[in-house]
Design a protein around this ligand. Structure first.
Ligand code: NAG
Ligand code: NAG
Ligand code: NAG
Ligand code: NAG
Ligand code: NAG
Ligand code: NAG
Ligand code: NAG
Ligand code: NAG
Ligand code: NAG
Ligand code: NAG
Ligand code: NAG
Ligand code: NAG
Length: 464
């Protein structure tokens, strides 16, 4: 009897899947609206007195070169070339219509002197620095209010030399929140490609209040025990595409965010239309793919596929808390392979961490329409730890075709959530035990049979 039910379920599932067959875009890459801008003017950083000996501070050279290139912004833009060498620098600012191009053997090195990383006001959607009240150190490479910016190379390197910052963090001698390696703020048409990023002081790539961002074919590395060295954190940004990346860091590989508690709620800028595919790596203490915990401006339309996570604390993770407000909805994650992961799927409704005591504990986040399908896991500790908020159930959590080899005796633990599942092994928790097919497929994001194929549009990643 059990067996025939299972068989029927497989058949139904196959029928529905073939009808609803869509992919985030098959294997085609995120498309650029036009080929990468070929800039009519190009200068080398050496023309501005830079010395690539790993010891001379080149902040002025970067600033002067970029100031000079400003006059070409309305003439098709310009390119700043960084040749082979080790180019030590403090923070510098990009401009619109600029390509920063690194040679294969170029290494941009972040200064180990904190006074070379100026302090800016907090982001309005955070109200304060993420780790300390007050301002934040400016990222090494920074852009604000820009359009059409490309940071690329033939696998050249941007090395934040973050270990000094990790030590300041550990021994509590920071005065301000640590800097990111690259931050683009309120910018449109940003491409970051073909580069290696090493040892960021804090999160590595942080697009905030941005539109049309493409991160393609980058490697991001930091020690697995380095504090908060997230890979890529799209924050209050839309039309973001991340693909073909290898990321191994101490915290989340990718974390989608949108501001913090009352500051994020009042700034109200969501992250939306985020495409992620063919991303692999190791998240030391974090998750392979995370949403939150700062999500107060809302997060929606996240499509992630073809992911591989190894040796990580968590595979897929949603983090939120009372006080955040906002929402996380319409999330579709498919084709994920996990190996040596402690918790494969984790939803945390009590993450805590508030900017100050003025947050509204009654601002409850909405979590709704989360689909996770086609997951295979080997040597997993716990399959799922899915915890909503009492009086604020997380809804329509749909798990389909998930096979995990787990070591824990009770693989699933669920509370304050509601949803459906099909073909999940080991058996899901009671709260999700009702089958998706046939009655509940339309309650699940992108599992309904009468699907208008959103794939094509969503697949086109178009910065520039
Ligand atoms: C850090 O840089 C500042 C400003 O350039 C300088 O005054 C200071 O001596 C430097 N500190 C160290 C330890 O090199
Ligand atoms: C960015 O734009 C805002 C709003 O117009 C302005 O206040 C700010 O000074 C600009 N910042 C930069 C670096 O251009
Ligand atoms: C964002 O940038 C645009 C164009 O540079 C500017 O007009 C606008 O005021 C900026 N907005 C904010 C909030 O900084
Ligand atoms: C990825 O980058 C490497 C060098 O950084 C380059 O050789 C390769 O062609 C790139 N692949 C794609 C798909 O762009
Ligand atoms: C780029 O360099 C990194 C670090 O050396 C390396 O791990 C990666 O495989 C390289 N990527 C390509 C595409 O060559
Ligand atoms: C904290 O770490 C920094 C960077 O490694 C080091 O220079 C400093 O001496 C340390 N301070 C204390 C109080 O241990
Ligand atoms: C913090 O401020 C103190 C006092 O100004 C300074 O000596 C120290 O270098 C600062 N720490 C960092 C990490 O910048
Ligand atoms: C990455 O490098 C490859 C090989 O040089 C090149 O074909 C491709 O256009 C580059 N991609 C981007 C987005 O810069
Ligand atoms: C797995 O991660 C742990 C800590 O995060 C690290 O110590 C260990 O070296 C990693 N193992 C592999 C095979 O990467
Ligand atoms: C699943 O993702 C892997 C990469 O992680 C890829 O090789 C494979 O082709 C994908 N499978 C499907 C059905 O797209
Ligand atoms: C289940 O997921 C696996 C791994 O992604 C995939 O190969 C398989 O085709 C899926 N099965 C169904 C019925 O979709
Ligand atoms: C989603 O973002 C991509 C760029 O990554 C863009 O090309 C596409 O038009 C956006 N889709 C919608 C529905 O806005």
């Amino acid at each position: 009897m059990k067996r025939s039910v299972a068989l029927l379920e497989v058949l139904l599932l196959l029928t529905f899947i073939s009808k609803a067959s869509w992919a985030v875009g098959g294997s085609s890459p995120c498309k650029l609206i036009s080929p990468l801008e070929v800039r009519p003017h190009s200068v080398s950083i050496t023309e501005f007195g830079a010395v690539g000996d790993g010891a001379t501070l080149n902040t002025k050279a970067f600033q002067n070169a970029i100031f000079y290139l400003q006059s070409f912004a309305d003439k098709g833009g310009a390119q700043l070339f960084v040749p082979a060498g080790r180019w030590l620098t403090g923070s510098f600012e990009l401009i619109s219509h600029l390509t920063l191009l690194l040679d294969k053997k170029a290494v941009i090195l972040g200064s180990e002197n904190s006074s070379h990383w100026p302090v800016d006001d907090p982001l309005p959607s955070y109200g304060r620095g993420r780790e300390l009240p007050g301002g934040r150190h400016r990222s090494l490479i920074h852009g604000h209010n820009l359009t059409d910016v490309i940071i690329t190379g033939d696998n050249g390197t941007i090395d934040g030399q973050g270990s000094v910052w990790w030590n300041w963090f550990r021994n509590q001698s920071l005065n301000y929140t640590r800097p990111h390696l690259v931050e683009m703020r309120n910018s449109t048409g940003v491409v970051i490609s073909n580069l290696t990023f090493l040892n960021s002081p804090f999160w590595t790539i942080h697009p905030v209040y941005c539109s049309r961002v493409l991160v393609q074919n980058v490697t991001i590395l930091a020690p697995l025990d380095s504090p908060n060295t997230d890979g890529i954190d799209p924050d209050s940004s839309d039309d973001v595409c991340i693909e073909d990346c290898y990321i191994s860091t101490g915290d989340d590989i990718i974390a989608i965010k949108s501001g913090w508690d009352e500051y994020g709620i009042s700034y109200a800028r969501p992250s939306s239309n985020i495409t992620i595919r063919r991303v692999a790596g190791v998240a030391g203490l974090g998750a392979g793919l995370a949403i939150g915990s700062e999500m107060s401006g809302g997060v929606s339309i996240v499509h992630a596929e073809d992911l591989q996570f190894f040796n990580s604390s968590n595979g897929i993770r949603i983090k939120t808390a009372p006080g955040r407000g906002g929402y996380i909805r319409n999330v579709y994650i498919s084709n994920v392979t996990m190996t040596d992961v402690k918790i494969a799927i984790r939803i945390t409704g009590q993450y805590g961490e508030h900017p100050d005591e003025f947050y509204d504990p009654n601002a409850l986040p909405i979590v709704d329409m989360i689909t996770i399908k086609d997951v295979v896991g080997t040597n997993i500790g716990r399959a799922g730890l899915l915890e909503g908020i009492e009086g604020d159930n997380f809804l329509n959590i749909c798990l389909s075709n998930i096979t995990l080899t787990v070591t824990k005796k009770s693989p699933w633990n669920c509370s304050f959530i509601q949803g459906y599942s099909s073909l999940v092994s080991p058996r899901t928790c009671e709260l999700l035990s009702e089958s998706i097919y046939p009655r509940h497929s339309s309650d699940c994001y992108l599992l309904s049979s009468h699907l208008q194929s959103p794939g094509r549009n969503i697949s086109a990643c178009v910065p520039g």
